[in-house]
Design a protein around this ligand. Structure first.
Ligand SMILES: [Zn+2]
Length: 423
């Protein structure tokens, strides 16, 4: 592999992904704008023209914002790689690490490099997050968070990143340096263990840092939900209501945790909008994902992809062309593990983008299966009316561009879902 060839492949992949993204988004904007004037016939009785137009405006505003963010992020990526940003940062952190005691230098330099890189990334993201939350979400009446809460969330996220992220990063970097040519197998094991740990502690330790969880108090709803779960042969350790309304008006329901520690969590915003039968149908849909083992399949797929990723990284990091081709001069007197890891995380998604339609396709297939399960165990009619309410509430467009939806949508467009439920 020659550096020039890799630079070229990277530049071509980046340009191609940008072209595809711009093309898809402009299709979406045009399609939604041209159908803005009229509610589609299938929804005429259920959706008002005002709601339809709000959804169109929201979709267009987010798409346009997405295009700006896309161009900005591509420029940042080029800056880090081919334009030499990461290489310059690397030289600077390497120099600074010489101030550390000698036995700490190698690890201190590597952790420092990743930490400074992440910090710069977070700062570059911040204005976009602020604009998205306090301009766009605000303008459409969805934002409920305050600047104080926004920054408190950010600081908590940062503290979690340091507390959880830094140790696993140090462990992986140590394995890369000390575990021999098969380090990637060990590192993969460590990474999987870490992921499982996070999944286990998420409901009881991490989620409560950001939200309040209270046992579901509505006795009638509780009985309804418990009957459904018994009917489906499903055990969970408690039904909870989460104060999602602290941050956003968007509603949701989900399961979290593992095995017998599984919890059912309803957003308070969901319970405020749906009646008991509709909540039951939404929950039955989620149970459908479990019954069809979609969650397990996703976890197994994630494990397999990580293994392939670590193996690929193990090979790439031994090729000088991997660094030079992505604009970085590898170190001679210090380990290159952190550099390789970062380049891999920067360049990987550029190539990975092209499998998006495949992932979307399988995700939509899972959603149809979960809908069918909900129709069998609860009621297709109630699920339809719940979906309509949630759709309207999230200002999801009823008229997406078909090509855009095929490419990106993890859930089938509302028209297809309702048609399948009614068939
Ligand atoms: Zn689903």
């Amino acid at each position: 592999m020659s550096p020039t060839l890799l630079s070229l492949a990277f530049a071509v992949a980046l340009a191609a992904s940008l072209l595809v993204k711009f093309w898809l988004s402009s299709r979406q904007v045009r399609h939604v704008a041209s159908h803005r004037g009229q509610v589609p016939a299938a929804f005429a009785g259920n959706v008002t023209l005002a709601a339809h137009q709000k959804a169109a405006d929201y979709t267009i505003a987010r798409s346009r914002f997405g295009l700006l963010a896309l161009a900005f992020n591509a420029a940042v990526l080029l800056g880090w790689t081919l334009l030499g940003g990461l290489s310059a940062l690397n030289g600077w952190v390497l120099d600074a690490s010489l101030a550390l005691p000698e036995s700490w230098q190698a690890m201190g330099y590597q952790l420092g490099l990743v930490a400074v890189f992440m910090l710069i990334g977070a700062l570059l993201d911040l204005p976009w997050e602020l604009w998205s939350t306090f301009r766009i979400e605000q303008a459409f009446g969805f934002n409920r968070t305050t600047l104080g809460l926004f920054f408190a969330d950010m600081l908590k996220g940062l503290a979690l990143g340091v507390l959880l992220g830094l140790p696993i990063l140090a462990l992986i970097l140590w394995l890369m340096g000390a575990a021999g040519p098969r380090w990637w197998l060990w590192a993969w094991g460590a990474w999987m263990g870490f992921n499982l740990l996070v999944m286990v502690i998420y409901p009881s330790v991490i989620a409560p840092l950001f939200n309040k969880f209270e046992p579901l108090a509505d006795a009638a709803l509780k009985e309804r939900v418990e009957k459904l779960m018994a009917r489906c042969g499903f055990a969970a350790k408690g039904l909870f209501v989460m104060d999602g309304s602290r941050r956003s008006a968007h509603g949701n329901a989900y399961f979290s945790g593992f095995g017998p520690a599984k919890r059912v969590v309803f957003f308070d915003t969901l319970l405020a909008k749906l009646n008991g039968a509709e909540v039951e149908a939404v929950l039955a849909h989620e149970l459908g994902h479990f019954k069809h083992r979609h969650i397990t399949k996703r976890i197994v797929l994630m494990f397999a992809m990580s293994l392939a990723g670590f193996a690929l990284l193990g090979w790439l990091m031994q090729q000088p062309a991997f660094y030079l081709g992505l604009g970085v001069v590898p170190n001679l007197g210090a380990p290159n593990d952190a550099l390789a890891l970062m380049l891999f995380l920067l360049a990987g998604p550029v190539f990975g983008f092209f499998v998006t339609p495949l992932a979307s396709h399988f995700s939509r297939r899972d959603e149809f299966q979960a809908d069918a399960y909900a129709r069998a165990q609860a009621s297709g009619h109630d699920l339809s009316s719940a979906l309509l309410k949630l759709h309207e509430d999230n200002a999801g467009t009823l008229t997406p561009d078909p090509v855009y939806a095929r490419f990106y949508y993890s859930h089938p467009p509302a028209a297809e879902r309702l048609a399948a439920l009614a068939s």
